[in-house]
Design a protein around this ligand. Structure first.
Ligand SMILES: [Zn+2]
Ligand SMILES: [Zn+2]
Length: 210
């Protein structure tokens, strides 16, 4: 089973997941803050960070991306519909929720869309567009791993009351996830990890979907 390391970063302790794509190579999913903590982790283990995959553009998921990118040269990926949030602190909510955060603009990035595949080392990550929390929210799927961002949480779902949010789109995204075949390890943007089968059985939103 492919190794995944969790670090809680930033003022909301957002999950940053490191997925190993080689013996000493990782990708990171979301870097909400605490660049130094992540860089120290990489340094101590002599890991190369090759790519940063962003599940969406909220500040608590992108806050330290610019700093980490500068230090590591990692390539950044985000869905095309959330890309402008990388340089706009109103759109990414930093200016009204966490005005004192160091959310530097990310200007060097690749955009992705549904179905795109990002290869890294011995791994491949498929983009599943799962709007609802934001317009450009995505899940990245690699083997039995779902990097779920703020779409699917353990026993819950992401908020839809921020700009760009939509209840109808969230339900549609839940339907897509529920209808994947087989089981997956699910790594959400906040709180603990879960599995897709556990959520199919116990998540009240997912249970309500046929
Ligand atoms: Zn969010
Ligand atoms: Zn979040």
């Amino acid at each position: 089973m492919r190794a995944v390391q969790t670090l809680c970063l930033g003022s909301l302790a957002t999950n940053c997941y490191l997925v190993y794509t080689g013996e000493k190579q990782v990708i990171a999913a979301d870097i909400g803050g605490d660049a130094g903590k992540l860089l120290r982790f990489l340094e101590e283990r002599k890991l190369t960070l090759s790519k940063i995959l962003l599940t969406h553009g909220h500040w608590d998921h992108i806050g330290a991306v610019a700093e980490v990118q500068r230090a590591t040269g990692a390539e950044v990926y985000i869905h095309e519909q959330d890309a402008e949030m990388l340089s706009d602190t109103t759109l990414n909510l930093a200016s009204w929720i966490d005005p004192f955060c160091d959310c530097l603009a990310v200007t060097d990035y690749h955009t992705v869309k549904d179905g795109d595949v990002i290869e890294d080392g011995d791994a491949a990550f498929t983009v599943m567009h799962t709007s609802g929390h934001t317009k450009g929210s995505v899940c990245y799927i690699c083997e039995d791993i779902i990097l779920a961002g703020d779409t699917l949480f353990r026993l819950s779902r992401g908020r839809t009351d921020f700009p760009g949010g939509s209840d109808a789109e969230m339900l549609e995204s839940f339907r897509k996830l529920k209808n994947l075949s087989g089981d997956y390890r699910v790594f959400p943007g906040h709180n603990e990890a879960t599995t897709l089968e556990f959520e199919r059985k116990n998540n009240p939103v997912m249970r309500g979907i046929l």
